[in-house]
Design a protein around this ligand. Structure first.
Ligand code: SF4
Length: 388
């Protein structure tokens, strides 16, 4: 698929090849990208606003219904562009209402997207890469290795698909109120594609989510945290998992490159950029006998001292082949008691979708080897071609 973002245009749109394989996917252009695209076409910038609403708010994937665009423009757009969301390979619905989609993306790959309904909100967890290269030792996705970055169209396409699926009413009266980039991959290692996706999530003409309802989660890519300060106003979550370098380097090997002192300094810079709005959520996976000692909770308090933040304790979600076990709940509660009684807001994440392997990376990893995955994607795409 052609990579075409607002800072990477071909010289002239008119020279773009019309082969379907190389059509530009407008799903992946944010407002700035669309405005530049239409400017290259000799069209007025307001066309960008029209396309954003048609595609992201009305869920349209062909140009025919866009009757506020001239017929000639619609024909031209159909020749050189497409609106192509990812294809659903599998959909699973948990007894607790959690929905998980396995999606085919270009190159015979698959990624996961999970919708988690709660009484007053609906959170969509999306992926930013196929696999992940960071190799955290407690993570199912890490066992699959890294394949490639997702394009912006593939990232925002997950939100598009879930929005359409929920609008169908098949899952009751549900909608997306929050989006978290906590699925497969490290979003800050794919910021070129993640940044326009964040812009679309925040844009009132696309998904219109408030800053605090869009969260980027990182394992601690320090330069990425600094770059993120200059992007859209969004919330930041940092996967911490340990309060000292020795233990953290064992759990999150990236810590050897960006140790805690550097990571915490980047977190302070992020918060200082706009103290009125910003606080950071630190994620801490609770692994039995590894990082759940209450003494580590006290070390954590020292590490986070003075930083506007909250702590989210996540019971480890086991997967086949892992040597780790989930901390018993009484140990999680004891850890929480230490941090909470010192004034740090500390939540315990509820485990959701256990019956459908909803933990990040589990479905892809458990159901399929890479060759099975490729075969399943090819079959699905062949079925689509027949249907067309
Ligand atoms: S926890 Fe996140 S950053 Fe670490 S390997 Fe898994 S997907 Fe990658």
């Amino acid at each position: 698929m052609m990579s075409y973002t607002h800072d990477n245009f071909p010289e002239k749109v008119a020279q773009m090849p019309a082969s379907p394989r190389e059509k530009l996917n407008l799903l992946g252009l944010d407002r700035a990208g669309l405005e530049a695209f239409f400017s290259d076409l000799g069209e007025r910038p307001y066309r960008a606003r029209q396309i954003l609403q048609w595609v992201h708010q009305r869920g349209v994937t062909s140009y025919e219904p866009m009757t506020d665009l001239a017929r000639k423009l619609r024909q031209r757009l159909a020749e050189i562009t497409m609106i192509q969301p990812p294809t659903v390979l599998k959909e699973q619905v948990s007894a607790d209402g959690t929905v998980k989609w396995l999606l085919a993306v270009a190159g015979g790959n698959a990624v996961e997207t999970v919708f988690i309904p709660e009484p007053r909100r609906g959170t969509l967890c999306i992926s930013s890469q196929v696999g992940c290269m960071l190799n955290c030792t407690f993570c199912s996705t890490a066992t699959q290795g890294f394949n490639r970055n997702l394009t912006c169209a593939e990232i925002i396409g997950q939100v598009w698909l879930a929005t359409q699926a929920l609008a169908s009413g098949r899952f009751g009266d549900r909608r997306i109120t929050n989006v978290v980039l906590m699925g497969m991959g490290e979003p800050l290692l794919n910021l070129n594609n993640v940044a326009p996706a964040l812009a679309l999530l925040r844009d009132d003409l696309a998904y219109g989510l408030a800053a605090k309802r869009v969260t980027v989660s990182t394992a601690g890519v320090v330069p990425g945290i600094d770059q993120l300060r200059e992007c859209e106003e969004i919330a930041l979550a940092v996967s911490l998992h340990a309060p000292n370098d020795e233990l953290r380097s064992r759990l999150v090997p990236l810590n050897r490159k960006y140790p805690l002192a550097e990571l915490m300094a980047a977190c302070r810079r992020f918060v200082d950029h706009d103290r009125r709005l910003r606080s950071i959520t630190f994620e801490y996976t609770m692994i039995d006998g590894v990082n759940d000692d209450p003494r580590l909770a006290r070390d954590l308090l020292k590490l986070l001292s003075g930083l506007p933040c909250k702590l989210n304790l996540i019971p480890f979600n086991p997967f086949p082949g892992t040597p780790f076990r989930t901390s018993p709940m009484e140990r999680i509660l004891a850890f929480q008691e230490v941090t909470r009684s010192a004034g740090l807001i500390t939540t315990i994440r509820k485990t959701r979708g256990e019956d459908i392997d909803a933990a990040c990376g589990q479905l892809v990893g458990k159901l399929m080897s890479p060759s099975q995955r490729r075969l399943m994607v090819q079959q699905q795409l062949a079925r689509q071609a027949v249907a067309v």
